[in-house]
Design a protein around this ligand. Structure first.
Ligand code: SAH
Ligand code: SF4
Length: 478
């Protein structure tokens, strides 16, 4: 499909898309936006002026499901006032329980699962007809339901990305791991890797458009290529992406500890564009719980990986995901998690109370942990992690980093914020003209969530802290 930019007129119907959940969902929303843009619709951030509202849903925990239904309740009222409003739901919640969605929200005009989301324009056409799209959207049929399983997503779909310099690129979809608590294999299907040719084509195109950073996405990027003919793995893919001229930073998420190879660690240490940040979800520090979660590794294995990563890439920052209150988690198991968190010293942790999800193995367990205990454990874990993070961040005061500026600071219009290669957020004085640029800063103050920096002059900047700068492709650094 050919890409066009802004293929809409003043009167094009306006579409509002709200995304819940992970980067993979963000990426799918960007594809929906690209498809709509190509079909003559106009994307808007203003709910009030929208003629079509789409919630692209997540279903990784019950809490997010409740949030989506409560949002739908509000939108139903809006629909009451605007009978021509088209309201649709796409994504993981739809894929997991289409009947329940339709039962609870019978007023929806369409639902699209994770394998059908790219059919959005034809579905809208079916609902409204496009003969008089320029003037108004008029419904002509009641509802469209598409939630097929494991359909392959076509290549070459147009993508309307939010950022002009940093892009998500999906390298695979689905997951084969079936961790006992997780919905992902049910809502995203089995692992399907994209061909490296298609991935590289997308990244080369991004580089030509001026993109500087790519984040390679997959539920378990370490198993990239296992389903493809040939013997290309994730490390080989990184080697190829590293060669794309113009791209200066490569990130990826998420990695599974059981599939993290020495080859990948070696390549990460060697490839100059691959950033020194690793998101490696551990989930628990207790071997008993890890085994019940069906994670396929022990605490010792995880710690060995951390040691290897730090040995190969001393500057590396490590982040993780942790679940507390998993069925059968005793105080001692939880203490093992705290101990692990303390020993590793993570630079960030997404922490969750276990949420039983219907249809998953763990939800059948009778050893449920009461909510007060899980909540209390979560509080203790967050407290510990914050103390560790603050100490780590304080140790960075006085250090110099290259920051890719992402935007104006949310708190202060005279400041900008961006990230280091290690994914630390840095805020420093500056304006719009810096967005998308690489600036060297010295850290002057440290907090838990962000660090404050001071811009360095040309003479003060240094590549000393980019351990792999000797591999640089020779571009000017700021
Ligand atoms: N593929 C990634 C994670 C996908 S889901 C991986 O394997 O790491 C993102 C995170 O949500 C998980 O790492 C886990 O910490 C959390 N999560 C998933 N299911 C959950 C559940 N039922 N209850 C609480 N947290 C959950
Ligand atoms: Fe879920 Fe486990 Fe797959 Fe991650 S690896 S998506 S936690 S099943």
């Amino acid at each position: 499909m050919k890409k066009k930019e802004h293929n809409y007129s003043k009167n094009s119907p306006k579409v509002y898309i709200r995304t819940y959940g992970c980067q993979m969902n963000e990426y799918d929303s960007e594809i929906m936006a690209g498809l709509l843009n190509n079909s003559g619709y106009h994307l808007t951030d203003n709910l009030e002026e929208a003629k079509i509202i789409i919630l692209n849903t997540c279903y990784v925990r019950e809490k997010v499901k409740h949030r989506i239904y409560s949002r739908l309740g509000e939108l139903r009222k809006l629909k009451g006032k605007k009978p021509d409003l088209i309201l649709g739901l796409s994504g993981c919640l739809v894929q997991r329980e289409p009947e329940e969605v339709l039962h609870r929200a019978p007023y929806l005009d369409f639902i699209l699962g994770t394998s059908n989301f790219y059919q959005l324009p034809e579905v809208l056409e079916e609902i409204s007809g496009n003969d008089n799209r320029e003037k108004q959207v008029k419904k002509r049929c009641t509802r469209v339901v598409r939630a097929e399983e494991n359909r392959t997503i076509p290549e070459g779909l147009p993508i309307l990305r939010k950022s002009k310099f940093s892009a998500f690129v999906s390298i695979m979809r689905g997951c084969n791991n079936f961790c006992s608590y997780c919905n992902v294999p049910y809502v995203r299907g089995r692992e399907v890797s994209r061909s490296s040719r298609e991935i590289l084509r997308e990244i080369e195109e991004l580089a030509q458009k001026g993109y500087k950073e790519v984040t390679l996405l997959g539920q378990n990027v370490n198993s990239y290529g296992k389903d493809l003919s040939g013997d290309q793995d994730f490390a080989d893919l990184l080697i190829q992406v590293n060669r794309v001229k113009g791209i200066r930073r490569i990130r990826f998420t998420t990695s599974h500890p059981k599939d993290l190879s020495d080859k990948l660690i070696d390549q990460m240490a060697r490839l100059d564009k691959v950033c020194e940040h690793f998101h490696l979800p551990v989930q628990s520090g207790s071997n008993k719980i890890l085994s019940r979660m069906k994670r396929g590794y022990t605490r010792k294995h995880y710690q060995n990986l951390v040691d290897k990563l730090r040995q190969a890439i001393p500057e590396i920052t490590l982040t993780t995901d942790i679940i507390v209150g998993f069925p059968g988690e005793e105080e001692e198991d939880f203490r093992n998690t705290l101990e692990l968190v303390e020993t590793v010293g993570f630079d960030g942790a997404f922490t969750f109370c276990y949420s039983p999800l219907r249809g998953t193995e763990a939800a059948q367990s009778e050893e449920r942990i009461p909510a007060e205990i899980s909540g209390e454990r979560l509080r203790r874990l967050i407290e510990l992690q914050q103390a560790i993070l603050l100490k780590k961040n304080k140790s960075l005061v006085g250090r110099k980093f290259e920051v890719m500026v992402e935007g104006i600071s949310k708190k202060n219009p005279d400041e900008v914020e961006g990230r280091t290669r290690g994914n630390k957020i840095i805020i420093f004085p500056g304006g719009k003209n810096l967005i998308g640029r690489f600036i060297w800063v010295e850290i002057v103050k440290a907090g838990c969530w962000a660090l404050r920096g001071m811009v360095l002059s040309r003479d003060e900047k240094t590549s000393r802290h980019n351990p792999k700068s000797i591999y640089s492709d020779g571009e000017e650094l700021s």
